[in-house]
Design a protein around this ligand. Structure first.
Ligand code: NAP
Ligand code: ZN
Length: 366
């Protein structure tokens, strides 16, 4: 047995966990930058709670609330610019994956004057500011990952910044902030978490402890996803979704994602399909393909989710997705060529040829 498992983020979960841990904020300094999207940080109550805690500890702050979904390098640079010369000592990200990822990139750029190329290669990162993450969607797990997924404004491609230095120092998980999510976003983000658990479980880089965590996630998704079809979402389920999402984030922190995420990225950038939904559109056909070399693990996924077979898995996903988008022959050819250049392909077992990627796109979106 041989592996490295690294998870440096302190995860604090529970009702009112921010207010109950006021003192922790002072450890990071006297001046913070808060990074959020336009509305949801306010709507969820998380921004108010953070501001109250900072005021209690006499920590001054600047708010950057302009992050939109699938944030671009340009918006990240705008956020970093706003913080420069303000002696910011730490960053607080509140949001779905988009503001959390933007906060990570901003935490790098405040003290590092990097070109886009150097930022994405993440090699020389010094003085990255510490980050506190408050997830208010339940799916990306970004609060515990070393990744920031940022859209390259010049090529319109989604790219990863990957560095251990952007693991958040603390993640505060309070399910009350997810109550304001619409059913659609709840489902899409839950499906992203499911995708992380499945892809991490089947990835070339999977390791025993990440498999153990993935199995726990799969049990939870098996329990909660059928309830989402009925729009039957109570507090307990929201808590489980937030918990599973964080665990699935720990999985991909070790394993990375597979061809599913690479394929999903082009559905998001070129067809404006939400990130979690994009993965879920691909996942069923991916499992059919993965069976070629990993039949035992694929069957175990169904078993853990309390589904008897592949057909029941497909039915569950299809019910959650509703009417599916379609793809043209030209689109699937172009996207497949892009996908083959992504490192995710080599992290997939078996490693797919371009014809396989085309076939998965075709069967998934007809
Ligand atoms: P998101 O893009 O952060 O947010 C989607 C929408 O949900 C936005 O309109 C947002 O509003 C709204 N919203 C968020 N929280 C809400 C709440 N509590 N109540 C009501 N509305 C709320 O969605 P996401 O799926 O969480 O994140 C997707 C991004 O994460 C993608 O860019 C993806 O590539 C990335 N990702 C990163 C990782 C990683 O490890 N770093 C992993 C997976 C995915 P506002 O605009 O007002 O905030
Ligand atoms: Zn994802």
């Amino acid at each position: 047995m041989s592996f490295t498992f690294y998870m440096p983020t302190k995860v604090i979960m529970g009702k009112d966990c921010i207010e109950q841990n006021v003192d922790m904020f002072s450890d990071f300094g006297k001046n913070a930058l808060i990074v959020t999207g336009k509305k949801s940080a306010k709507l969820s109550g998380a921004l108010r709670d953070i501001c109250n805690v900072l005021a209690k500890k006499q920590i001054t702050y600047t708010i950057f609330d302009e992050v939109f979904s699938n944030p671009t390098i340009n918006i990240v640079r705008k956020g970093a610019e706003k913080a420069k010369n303000k002696n910011v000592e730490f960053v607080i990200g509140i949001g779905g994956g988009s503001p959390l990822d933007a906060a990570k990139a901003i935490a790098i750029l405040i003290n590092n004057d990097l070109s886009d190329e150097d930022l994405f290669s993440s090699s020389e990162l010094n003085n990255v500011l510490p980050l506190i993450a408050v997830p208010i969607t339940a799916g990306t797990g970004s609060e515990v990952t070393p990744f920031a997924i940022i859209t390259d404004s010049s090529t319109e491609k989604k790219k990863s910044i990957r560095s251990d230095k952007i693991f958040p120092k603390i993640a505060f998980l309070d399910e009350k902030y997810t109550h304001s999510l619409s059913t659609e976003i709840t489902i899409n983000t839950a499906l992203d978490g499911l995708s992380h658990a499945i892809e991490g479980y089947l990835a070339k880089k999977s390791i025993m402890p990440s498999d153990l965590i993935a199995e726990e996630c799969l049990k939870i998704y098996g329990l909660v996803l059928p309830e989402l079809i009925q729009n039957n979402i109570n507090k307990g389920m929201r808590e489980l979704l937030l918990y599973a999402s964080m665990l699935a984030g720990q999985v991909i922190s070790q394993t990375g994602t597979t061809v599913v995420h690479a394929m999903g990225y082009y559905l998001t950038t070129h067809k404006k399909i939400d990130h979690g939904r994009a993965n879920a559109l691909i996942i069923s056909e991916f499992l059919e393909f993965a069976k070629n070399e990993q039949i035992e693990k694929v069957n175990r996924i169904y078993m853990l989710m309390n589904l008897r077979n592949h057909e029941l898995f497909v039915e569950l996903i299809n019910q959650l997705l509703g009417e599916k988008e379609t793809i043209t022959d030209e689109e699937l050819k172009t996207f497949s060529q892009f996908v083959m250049q992504e490192s995710h392909v080599q992290n997939t077992i078996p490693v797919p040829e371009i014809e396989v990627v085309e076939d998965i796109y075709k069967k998934s979106l007809w």
